[in-house]
Write a protein that binds this ligand. Structure first.
Ligand code: NAP
Length: 324
């Protein structure tokens, strides 16, 4: 590979959601001057969120992007530097580890992987074609474009219900289209949605097609019980059906589970030291993992931030054992 620039860091953090930025903050305060390769979609999933009411410290809640910007500046204050590009390759076969960003190569004594997870799509041809023209995965970004229009949200989890509630600020009606007859979302979110007169529930319903030429004009919906199909005229659909871990870069390089999530700590089968005290260790010694790229159970900003903190402490202690 062509190398036009070499730049060595003690700690490189890949990813800039709550886990990556918290890892950077802790590493920076330990005088490790971390480099965060934050990616083109810097800030992670909270950039696509509206109000965050459950991150401790904010009595009245905080907007997701504002929270991320604040943590980014906080880490910067202690010496974190940032690159707003995507990592294109990694080489963890020997130390220092090599990380490619296009034609530039960065080396690191330790790497913290916190690349998060990305929104899943329904997989329809027209969903892809009409993305940004009525199809969206981000109510915060696009909700305001649909003032006084009818909308739909696909999914039945917390994300779908949260997006539906948020979109009622703009929309005349929000159709929540869910493939089963009960929601997966938490009780408090369900209650809020059920009490919202602007949300209309379509149970046992799957979206078979997104209709429209230049922009969305409706959905074709199939009832999974009766097999009947019907058209729902509306202007926008927000897809909120879960996430996929961003681990394609690490395939065959770090141990991943069947769903593609990064395996860390005691769950490792390729463990370089089962007695190791580092809970965020990956299958490669010196590489640590944190946040939604690891965790498919809790997936909260605060748990991701907590794991980011753990990974930075692990990395710092591991560096100390090398005498660095
Ligand atoms: P999720 O909990 O995995 O829910 C995904 C939803 O989409 C499920 O209802 C699922 O249906 C449906 N779905 C999946 N694939 C589908 C497909 N191909 N076609 C149609 N429907 C499909 O994902 P999430 O809502 O994004 O939440 C992820 C995690 O983040 C959860 O732990 C959640 O509690 C958390 N979260 C919390 C908050 C909050 O507390 N404020 C907000 C957002 C998310 P089934 O139910 O039939 O499987």
């Amino acid at each position: 590979m062509l190398t036009t620039m070499t730049n060595h860091h003690k700690v490189i953090v890949i990813g800039s959601g709550p886990s990556g930025l918290t890892a950077a903050l802790y590493s920076a305060r330990a005088n490790l001057n971390p480099l965060v390769i934050e990616g083109f979609e810097a800030g992670g999933q909270l950039m696509l969120t509206t109000e965050v009411e459950n991150f401790p410290g904010f009595v009245d809640g905080v907007m997701g992007p504002e929270l991320m910007d604040t943590i980014r500046k906080q880490a910067e204050r202690f010496g974190t530097t940032y690159i707003s590009q995507d990592v294109t390759d990694v080489d963890f076969t020997s130390r220092p580890f090599k990380i490619s960003v296009g034609e530039d190569t960065y080396t690191a004594d330790t790497v913290i992987v916190s690349t998060g997870a990305s929104a899943k799509m329904l997989g329809l041809e027209n969903e892809k074609r009409l993305m940004g023209r009525g199809v969206s995965t981000c109510a915060t970004c696009d909700g305001a474009f649909f003032r006084d229009q009818e909308l739909a949200v696909a999914g039945g989890g917390d994300s779908a219900v949260e997006e539906a509630n948020f979109l009622t600020r703009f929309a005349t009606t929000v159709n929540l289209v869910h493939r089963r007859d009960s929601l997966r979302a938490s009780k408090i979110m369900q209650d809020r949605a059920m009490a919202n007169p602007k949300i209309k529930f379509h149970w046992n319903s799957v979206i078979e097609d997104v209709l429209g030429e230049q922009s969305v004009r409706g959905l074709k919906i199939k009832d999974t019980v009766t097999g009947d199909t019907r058209e729902l005229p509306l202007k926008g659909v927000f897809v909120a059906i879960g996430h996929t871990p961003n681990t394609s870069l690490f395939k065959d390089k770090l141990e991943l589970d069947d769903a593609g999530y990064l395996v860390v700590g005691d769950k490792l089968t390729n463990d370089w030291d089962p007695k190791s005290p580092y809970a965020t260790r990956t299958s490669v010694e010196g590489v640590f993992g944190a946040g939604d790229v690891v965790d498919h159970t809790y997936r909260q900003a605060i748990t991701a931030a907590g794991m980011g903190c753990q990974s930075a402490i692990d990395a710092e202690r591991w560096l100390e054992t090398l005498g660095q």
